[in-house]
Design a protein around this ligand. Structure first.
Ligand code: ATP
Ligand code: MG
Length: 284
């Protein structure tokens, strides 16, 4: 049974396609699988093929996040670029997919599709690369299962925008759009929990909130989102030149000390947002 499953894995790995018939022949000869099973697998795979990575051209690695790898990939048929996020397949990452897939708002990253896929153990990859006889006795547990999320591709993160501030959009536009996105999330009872400039994207002038890896439905956590928004809005409204300056000024802001030249009107609003979290801490 395990070998049969592995065969399914091999069938879906473009790098082994050219060896597929040879492997099938070997497995039938050794009485590991029957010809009927192989035919059955082929028909199942016709449907699966349209979902797997063969649908995309892997063009560029965009980033190594803490949890996953993100690619910018071109769809072979519609010729559009998508962001493909590759994560370990587990309860936590499934939750990220389930959350994102239920969201539909102009200021939230658009979800298109998701699927799981196995990667081959190194030993098999080496056998094939060295043109050795393939040894198919690896238990299925050795095959790491990944989860892929296909999302709309955004040209830059808000962090990148903050570095050279190309207008439009203006700072006010950006803040307005972030608020609309967050308001939509909170109305649905979802707390993002990781609001920061690296997790907010720009597609032209449109702002999109992404990375739902830490999101949850605990209403008491809404305060954490508000606090993070307070810090983020300060960063948007007060340009800082170096990373060192940013760390120091933000530390002061977190302690309630704002730069002298920061607009009083905004200061009061941000202070209110930051106090949400400190009230929570005091109550504790
Ligand atoms: P981290 O924990 O570091 O925040 P993560 O592993 O949870 O990261 P994401 O934040 O979703 O993953 O993505 C990591 C990076 O990949 C982003 O900071 C961004 O550079 C890039 N990226 C993610 N999604 C997209 C997208 N839809 N379009 C363009 N780039 C993206
Ligand atoms: Mg992130």
């Amino acid at each position: 049974m395990a070998e049969y499953l592995l065969l399914g894995v091999l069938k879906n790995c473009s790098e082994f396609k050219h060896k597929y018939n040879e492997i099938c022949h070997y497995l039938v000869k050794k009485n590991i699988v029957t010809i009927e099973q192989i035919n059955d697998l082929s028909s199942q795979n016709k449907a699966y093929d349209s979902l797997n990575l063969n649908t995309f051209k892997h063009t560029e690695l965009v980033s190594f996040g803490s949890y996953g790898v993100v690619f910018k990939s071109k769809h072979k048929i519609d010729k559009k670029y998508y962001a493909l996020k590759m994560l370990s397949h587990n309860k936590k990452t499934l939750l990220e997919v389930r959350t994102l897939s239920r969201l539909k708002h102009p200021n939230i990253i658009r979800y298109f599709h998701s699927w799981s896929q196995y990667s081959l153990p190194k030993s098999i990859k080496n056998d094939i690369a060295n043109d050795k006889e393939i040894v198919l006795h690896h238990p299925i547990q050795n095959y790491k299962k990944y989860l892929f999320i296909q999302m709309e591709y955004c040209t830059k993160t808000l962090r990148e925008w903050l570095l050279n501030r190309t207008y439009p959009p203006t700072e006010r536009d950006i803040i307005g759009q972030i608020l609309r996105g967050i308001n939509y999330l909170h109305r649905k009872g979802i707390v993002h929990m990781d609001i920061k400039a690296e997790n907010i994207f720009l597609k032209g002038c449109v702002v999109k909130i992404g990375d739902f890896g830490l999101s949850n439905k605990k209403r008491k956590n809404i305060k954490k989102d508000i606090y993070a928004l307070g810090i983020l809005f300060f960063e948007i409204l007060y340009p800082m030149k170096t990373e060192m300056e940013r760390v120091m000024i933000l530390q002061n802001v977190k302690n309630g000390i704002f730069p002298m030249n920061f607009s009083l009107e905004y200061k009061e609003k941000i202070e209110k947002m930051l106090s949400v979290n400190s009230q929570r801490l005091i109550k504790k």
